[in-house]
Design a protein around this ligand. Structure first.
Ligand code: WT7
Length: 653
């Protein structure tokens, strides 16, 4: 965060003129009412949802258990699809482009509805009923959204695993969720190559125990080979396409789980956060509407993958609930040309682009000549998510993509929060490059002292907390209620009954929020959360590695990169001495090991070999020192609490 005054960009009159929330006064009155007349406010907003049975209580709250819209019955898929059939049946719901040039598909609401019903019927034929878990390992194709909607239709709980995750990660998630069916595809095009997905699933199914009885396989490219196991694997043709295009949505309780999504924490084991029906849908609906100021002829593009929370809320649910046409792209942003994104924006007249700081920095690095070749005149609103956006990237995006006429909506939130918590309203809020600005209605933020939990007020950096429950908050960690309570709602006596985000932040003198980043051992690499403990546990799985420590270092494109320090086993040293092994191949294998255990996106930038990792007297690895060493090349900080610290111990071989 820079110390000089940030730039301020007042709302554009051309946006405010037609915006749903057209002034700061209106925005503020929403926020005031949400807190002062909570029940009336949410009851009013809930009218957008079709309930089969009305709820009898807006909120029942007993830390850490929330029931929003208690007693209500609804179906999320009905609210995203069926509801629009009458007025928008022929409207395009999804425009899709495959990575190989020239592959485009369009699905209307009626078509997406029929596809969703077919998938529901196919899942049902495999024995999937309400409450069952379905693991989804799919490329970015409309079928992925339809599969998520199909689960919602049946009351099955989807757990989408990003296609970049390894077979080990799938296996862990299968075990933890107890999923009984997997929906996957032969593969997907990425950077010109056909990346296999089904074979990764096959491998996952040979690891550990699981409860999977069937696998539905979508064919992204029928010309590619795809091995099928008889009796377990079912082709899309025989299962989905032959199924009936009609299926009634099952009314579900407001608090029945909708999905589980795994995310990294401070231990080696990813946690499966789960979200429920009514509160989540309501937030997905209104946050999409307010923050992207949904207009009837908008073409919305959220560039996230369905495997992350952004792809859940702002691809699979929010846009569909709003009847908003969206664009979906399969592949890499730079393939086959570095201006692929800008080409597609012009081709499809995209009005809203919601992407990440890491993508923006990547485009920046290839120069402004590339976007300058394209008109980009259809763009109206830009969005950013995943990590703090540095003002340089903000300005570049604002000038070169938005041509200084598109507001940038920087949305701060988390897998746990279900939807955006802090963000400007494009027709109302004064923008400040680098600040996500103000909390959404009903989001009572505070910045507090990390030790005492006392409010710090403006101008002081501290722990970001949320004081009151909100409708789309995660309801728990799948199978581990105690961990949920301890991690988020009772992390220490000073934080009893408030939600701990785990981020460090500050309010400026105008009450705008500046989020700095995580205050725990969680890294944010290209907007993806990775726990240092996960990386370390992958590394010690290597035969030559005895101990490991992972730290985050600044990375010009990825935001944060990973540097790992490893201690080798005595045997490894003997092998090196005798010429049987060499340091470079051990370093390469260490990187690969992380790719194998977690996924390629988590591979460290650098592997360093240490004779001994610095530890405190109680045996904790001093990551702070390692981080200093990785960033500055030397350690200047206080080393007095170390058990045995000699500069020598960290010298590389
Ligand atoms: C963490 C959550 C929200 C969906 C994508 C990531 C960081 C996210 C911002 C932002 C500053 C941000 C935080 C947060 N983060 N968006 N606009 N400004 N920081 O979801 O994987 O659950 O990660 O991402 O550190 O805690 P996630």
């Amino acid at each position: 965060m820079s110390t000089h005054k940030p730039a301020k960009i007042p709302p554009f009159p051309h946006i405010a003129a037609s915006a749903h929330i057209s002034s700061e006064t209106v925005r503020q009155s929403f926020c005031d009412t949400a807190l002062s007349q909570r029940d009336a406010f949410w009851t009013q907003l809930s009218k957008v949802i079709k309930f089969h049975k009305p709820f009898n209580e807006v909120l029942e709250w007993k830390v850490p258990r929330a029931s929003w819209f208690k007693g209500g019955e609804l179906n999320v898929s009905e609210n995203c699809l069926d509801r629009h059939l009458r007025d928008r049946g022929d409207k395009t719901a999804i425009i899709w482009e495959g990575e190989p040039e020239g592959q485009t598909r369009k699905l209307t609401w009626s078509e997406l509805h029929a596809l969703t019903c077919r998938i529901s019927n196919a899942l049902h034929a495999q024995g999937v009923v309400k409450g069952d878990r379905v693991l989804v390992y799919m490329p970015m194709v409309p079928e992925t959204v339809a599969t998520m909607q199909a689960c919602a239709r049946l009351g099955a709980i989807h757990t989408v695993v990003f296609g970049g995750f390894s077979s080990q990660s799938i296996s862990d998630r299968l075990q933890d969720s107890g999923a009984k069916v997997i929906v996957t595809a032969d593969g997907t095009y990425r950077k010109g190559r056909f990346m296999k997905l089904k074979s990764v699933v096959d491998e996952a199914l040979t690891k550990g125990s699981h409860s999977v009885t069937s696998v539905l396989v979508f064919r992204r490219d029928a010309a590619q080979e795809c091995a099928m196991t008889a009796g377990r694997d079912f082709s899309w043709e025989e299962s989905v396409l032959k199924a009936s295009p009609a299926r009634a949505p099952l009314p579900l309780d407001s608090e029945d789980p909708l999905f589980i999504l795994y995310t990294s924490g401070t231990t080696g084991k990813p946690k499966g956060l789960y979200h429920t029906q009514a509160g989540y849908l309501l937030w997905a609906h209104w946050s999409t509407r307010w923050l992207f100021d949904v207009q009837d002829n908008d073409i919305f593009w959220c560039t996230a993958d369905c495997g992350w929370i952004t792809g859940h809320t702002y691809i699979a649910y929010g846009p569909l609930s709003n009847g908003l046409t969206q664009f979906m792209y399969e592949g890499a942003p730079t393939h086959p040309h570095k201006d692929r994104f800008w080409e597609m924006i012009d081709r499809h007249k995209i009005s809203t682009l919601y992407t990440s700081p890491t993508a923006i920095r990547m485009f920046m690095s290839s120069g402004e000549e590339l976007p300058a070749k394209h008109s980009l005149a259809s763009l109206r609103i830009l969005g950013s998510v995943g990590e703090p956006i540095n003002p340089e990237a903000w300005n570049w995006f604002f000038e070169n993509i938005g041509h200084k006429r598109c507001p940038i909506v920087d949305t701060y939130w988390q897998t746990e929060t279900g939807g955006a918590m802090v963000a400007p309203f494009p027709g109302a809020t004064v923008l400040k490059p680098g600040s996500a600005t103000k909390g959404l209605p009903g989001v009572l933020l505070d910045v507090v002292d990390p030790d005492t939990g006392k409010s710090l007020g403006r101008g002081k950096k501290g722990a970001l907390i949320i004081r009151e429950p909100w409708p789309s908050m995660a309801r728990g960690i799948w199978g581990d209620p105690a961990r949920f309570e301890k991690t988020y709602w009772r992390s220490s006596p000073a934080f009893d009954g408030v939600y701990l985000t785990g981020d460090l932040a500050m309010f400026d003198d105008e009450g705008d929020l500046w989020v700095e980043g995580r205050m725990d051992d969680v890294l944010n690499v290209s907007g993806h959360r990775i726990g240092t403990a996960e990386v370390e546990s992958a590394l010690v799985g290597h035969q030559d590695i005895y101990e490991a420590a992972a730290v985050g270092v600044p990375d010009a494109i990825k935001g944060q990169g990973i540097v790992v320090f490893v201690e080798l086993t005595e045997k490894a040293y003997r092998d090196i001495a005798s010429g049987k092994r060499d340091i470079d191949s051990i370093k390469n294998e260490a990187r690969e090991q992380v790719g194998l255990e977690i996924g390629s996106f988590a591979k460290p930038n650098e592997v360093r070999i240490a004779k001994a990792l610095p530890k405190t007297r109680s045996g904790k690895i001093m990551r702070r020192l390692l981080r200093e060493l990785a960033v500055n090349g030397e350690i200047r900080g206080d080393t007095s609490t170390l058990e045995d610290f000699s500069k020598d111990a960290l010298t590389e071989e």
